[in-house]
Unconditional design. Structure first.
Length: 421
């Protein structure tokens, strides 16, 4: 089996896991789904899976006119991937033949190879012209409804366009590092952006630790925290470590906490590569004790702000766990507040587009804690549009912001100040 065929076969398996089992791609990768593939084919597999998930609505609209009855999920996913490839310029001969070969080898569904051949040949003939006329894919109703209610129908269309466009690669520079060797654009907030598809570990400055991968939106909470040399800072839910490295690079004494041993191993690797220091703790954020000058809480959330990077999320989840997440966020925020010294500060943030996980959490906290107020450090950050500042004083970011630059992850963050009395 050729490497290209292997990549398509594994991409079908990934879609089966996401659409059939409700698993996230990150869970599949962690379980070793791509471990046996060479780096190039691993990247190709990921690209096939994510492109198909971004374009699932379009693929199904093209296929529905050629399918008279429901097909088994694995076969349907083969047809979906083939349709996306064909409609995006893939060579018909290679795509059709390889998908037919993959299905023919399936123990239970091999007899459907003729169907796959017939359908994909029709798609190859007429699909590309039809594809160009289809609308931007919409989020599933369970998610689209609350987001439309929060931001309005016009904004929802822009957010979905940003999801379809995907995400470029953003880098946070180590202070003083020269990133001029990279073909990167300097963003208004200080991050660097690479639009081309690249191998991260092969970029100039990777081995020497001159930068780390971090979405431009995710780099802002640590900027707002503005750690000073010698300050004690607690970074809760810290992995994979972008914010930890920002705080450490500022000269603060940072303690990074996360429950995931695997993700913390990655954080430790990043610290070693960049030559930065932090105390690394694998543990529960709710069990931490002590007093700190500043605390950064990047709370567990729905991750709905990261769909342009993770198009599997709307298809693997259904929103049923969001209520429990919102309760956990309130608990974590309250506990994190207890760890802040008088006169100190807490940065609360989530990579969510849902106000219940951002604006509403801070509004509730302000009512609960008389010694809490919202700081105004956000207004001092370069590149921040004043329109992004919310009524309660937080910062709301959406994927459709910076549309001409390639967008950003959806995020909410707020600086909460503790009084000295």
């Amino acid at each position: 089996m050729s490497n290209a065929t292997q990549a398509r076969r594994r991409a079908i398996h990934l879609l089966d896991e996401v659409l059939g089992e409700g698993k996230l791609l990150s869970e599949c990768y962690a379980a070793g789904a791509l471990d046996k593939l060479p780096a190039e084919e691993r990247a190709r597999t990921q690209r096939l899976a994510t492109d198909t998930l971004r374009n699932l609505e379009r693929a199904d609209r093209i296929l529905q006119k050629h399918l008279k009855k429901a097909t088994p999920l694995t076969v349907h996913n083969a047809l979906r991937i083939g349709t996306v490839e064909l409609c995006q310029g893939g060579a018909a001969h290679g795509v059709v033949n390889e998908m037919v070969d993959i299905v023919s080898r399936h123990r239970r569904h091999g007899k459907l190879k003729g169907l796959v051949n017939a359908v994909l040949r029709k798609v190859a003939d007429h699909g590309p012209a039809e594809w160009a006329k289809l609308r931007v894919p919409r989020l599933p109703k369970w998610l689209r409804s609350p987001l439309s209610q929060a931001w309005g129908a016009p904004a929802m269309l822009q957010i979905e366009a940003a999801h379809l466009a995907g995400a470029p690669l953003d880098l946070s520079p180590k202070p003083g590092a020269d990133l001029s060797a990279l073909e990167a654009v300097l963003l208004p907030t200080g991050s660097y952006r690479i639009h081309n598809s690249v191998q991260v570990s092969g970029l100039p400055g990777f081995a020497t630790g001159d930068w780390w991968v971090q979405d431009a939106a995710a780099a802002l909470p640590a900027q707002i925290l503005a750690a000073k040399p010698g300050e004690s800072v607690l970074d809760l839910c810290a992995a994979p470590g972008g914010k930890t490295m920002q705080i450490a690079a500022a000269g603060a004494n940072v303690t990074a906490v996360d429950q995931s041993a695997g993700r913390m191993a990655r954080l430790s690797e990043n610290l070693e590569r960049t030559g930065l220091e932090a105390t690394v703790v694998v543990g529960d954020a709710l069990e931490q004790t002590g007093q700190y000058d500043a605390v950064l809480l990047d709370s567990p959330c729905s991750a709905t702000g990261t769909i342009r990077r993770h198009p599997d999320l709307p298809h693997a989840k259904d929103g049923s766990g969001f209520g429990a997440l919102i309760e956990l966020q309130a608990q974590m925020l309250a506990h994190a507040w207890s760890l802040v010294k008088p006169g100190g500060r807490l940065i609360y943030c989530t990579c969510s587009l849902l106000p219940d996980e951002g604006e509403c959490q801070v509004e509730d906290a302000l009512e609960m804690f008389p010694d809490m107020s919202v700081g105004d450090r956000i207004r001092d950050i370069a590149g921040i549009d004043p329109d992004w500042i919310t009524e309660e004083g937080g910062l709301r970011l959406r994927p459709d912001y910076w549309a001409d630059l390639g967008g950003m992850d959806g995020f909410y963050m707020a600086e909460l100040r503790k009084s000295t009395v």
